[in-house]
Write a protein that binds this ligand. Structure first.
Ligand code: C5P
Length: 237
């Protein structure tokens, strides 16, 4: 079943602790990006694992292969469940990421960010990349698969064509989810919870609609109900 990951993009350590406490057992998986990592320090990893939470370490490494190999090695030593690298770093960098993970041991899944969900066709053209945004995403997904990554980050909208191209265990992690479909913030390729689940997302990453809500517990509960209601029926083997 698709799993909710709550993105802890909060600038204050006490508020991070308060939210995790408030959400209790209703959330089992948190995303740590630069905001909570720089606010809390790497001890946030221990803090969450002591509470038996899974961690998605979203640092989107994008550098020369040697630096990425070493960065992934150090990140995997912190034992996250998922770790991101940026696919625009190219094949040599992606292979280096896999080497870093293998050298560290453990079973962290390396996930390639294709194009940010805040990116549109126009943004792509603005940086001089010609061609269709979906084709670009497919190409980045293909090199991720070829280089041995465990999955990709993409918009739930793209799952319609991506799901058909890759085996079902190639993980699809989808941010840019907007539960009510009525606020978008800086996200440009967003989708609702039901769209994401029906299109076959493995993970739904949601930040502001939960962390900025007056009642995060109620929002999480609503999202989890929507996930359950829209889960595609799987045939028994
Ligand atoms: O607040 P919101 O729900 O938009 O948060 C989405 C989170 O997912 C942010 O932490 C953002 O950094 C991350 N993310 C994204 N798009 C990607 C990769 C990661 O929005 N392609």
């Amino acid at each position: 079943m698709a799993e909710l990951i709550v993105s802890l993009d909060i600038n204050n350590r006490k508020d991070i602790e308060k939210l995790i406490e408030m959400l209790g057992s209703s959330v089992e998986h948190y995303k740590i990006g630069p905001v909570p990592l720089l606010t809390f320090g790497t001890e946030i990893m221990e803090f969450l694992s002591n509470k038996k939470k899974k961690i998605f370490l979203d640092l989107k490494f994008f550098d020369i292969p040697n630096t990425v190999e070493n960065a992934v090695y150090s990140a995997c030593k912190l034992n996250p469940h998922l770790l991101t690298v940026h696919t625009l770093g190219g094949k040599n960098m992606l292979k280096a990421a896999i080497s870093g993970r293998n050298r560290a041991g453990g079973d962290t899944k390396i996930i390639g960010v294709t194009l940010l969900t805040s990116f549109s066709q126009e943004d792509l053209e603005n940086i001089g990349i010609k061609g269709n945004i979906d084709e670009c995403i497919l190409q980045l997904a293909e090199i991720s698969f070829e280089c041995g990554l465990d999955g990709i980050v993409c918009s739930a909208r793209e799952l319609e064509f991506l799901r058909k191209k890759f085996p079902s265990d190639f993980l699809m992690v989808c941010p840019g989810i907007r539960p009510g479909g009525n606020r978008f913030d800086d996200q440009k390729r967003s989708a609702t919870v039901s769209q994401a689940v029906r299109n076959g997302a493995d993970y739904l990453v949601i930040g502001r609609p939960i962390i900025e809500s007056e009642n995060p517990v109620a929002v999480v509960s609503q999202i989890k109900t929507e996930i359950k209601e829209n889960e595609p029926k799987r045939e028994n083997p």
